[in-house]
Write a protein that binds this ligand. Structure first.
Ligand SMILES: [Zn+2]
Ligand SMILES: [Zn+2]
Ligand SMILES: [Zn+2]
Length: 275
């Protein structure tokens, strides 16, 4: 269900230490022979006459180049010799290679890993899908049952986020908390099935009273109803209307208590583990 309500987009790919799974890795260029990071760049020299080719250090110093194979002086660039390219030369083992190897050193455990051996972990960003958006806006969170606790939590988190946006931009909104004060005694006297049926009926009645933009979340104690674009002082009317509808339609007295709460009081704890 979660899949259909949200859409996953790849956000980033991390490389992980194969020893401790940390992704705090130092990525470095290394000698392909001894794995030392002590690399410097040197040019190759090609002696035309004897066809010998090596890095510059083998020809002595820059002012007087001498071929180590045939011992002749190299005087004129383009006539005696040329420089066909560069190499990465290792300061530790003198190995010269056209390209450096890539290695990873873990900042947390110190382990060294070859680029080919590091694991990867993909992170995704999630956005509401069209159907998720529809469910959120219609306030129909009823089928996000506790068996799917993660769904309820996700929607709660989105509702909280949305409330924060509202308060950030100074939009008024009110949260009504409905508590079923007699739930425990109804369950004790008439059993759990009667209690669940009564709760379902209450949810249905509340939903019938909601505007398209209102939101409803089931909690262990009852319900939270989010009323966007509603001033706190104007909450009396919907509060009274809800109570009147519930008391005239409910067959079982759940001892319903309705009061506005500060949206900041909404916390994940309230929706966890309903039975
Ligand atoms: Zn080396
Ligand atoms: Zn030579
Ligand atoms: Zn590590």
């Amino acid at each position: 269900m979660l899949r259909r309500l949200v859409r996953a987009v790849i956000f980033d790919r991390l490389h992980l230490c194969p020893h401790c799974a940390s992704s705090r890795l130092n990525v470095r260029e290394e000698c392909s022979a001894c794995r030392s990071p002590q690399l410097s760049q040197e040019t190759f020299i090609h002696h035309f006459r004897c066809a010998y080719q090596a890095t510059e250090r083998h020809f002595g110093n820059r002012d007087s180049l001498t071929c180590p194979k045939c011992r002749r002086r190299l005087r004129h660039f383009g006539v005696d010799y040329d420089r066909p390219g560069t190499a990465r030369v290792c300061g530790a083992c003198s190995h010269a290679d056209a390209d450096a190897a890539i290695g990873f050193v873990c900042i947390d455990c110190g382990a060294h890993s070859d680029a080919a051996r590091v694991d990867i972990r993909d992170w995704y960003a999630y956005a509401l899908s069209a159907s998720g958006e529809h469910r959120l806006i219609s306030g129909d969170l009823r089928r996000l049952r506790p068996t799917n606790a993660t769904d309820a939590e996700l929607f709660h988190a989105l509702a909280e986020h949305w409330l924060r946006i509202q308060s950030r931009y100074g939009r008024p909104s009110v949260v009504l908390r409905l508590a079923f004060l007699r739930a425990a005694s109804v369950q004790a006297d008439q059993g759990q099935r009667v209690l669940l049926a009564a709760r379902r009926q209450a949810v249905e009645i509340v939903r019938g009273e909601m505007r398209d933009t209102d939101l409803m979340i089931e909690t262990p104690e009852g319900l939270l109803v989010v009323l966007p674009e509603t001033e706190e002082r104007a909450v009396d009317a919907p509060q009274r209307r809800l109570l009147k509808r519930l008391s005239s339609l409910m067959a079982i007295d759940l001892g319903i208590d309705i009061r506005p709460i500060d949206p900041r009081e909404m916390s994940l704890a309230e929706t966890s583990a309903t039975s």
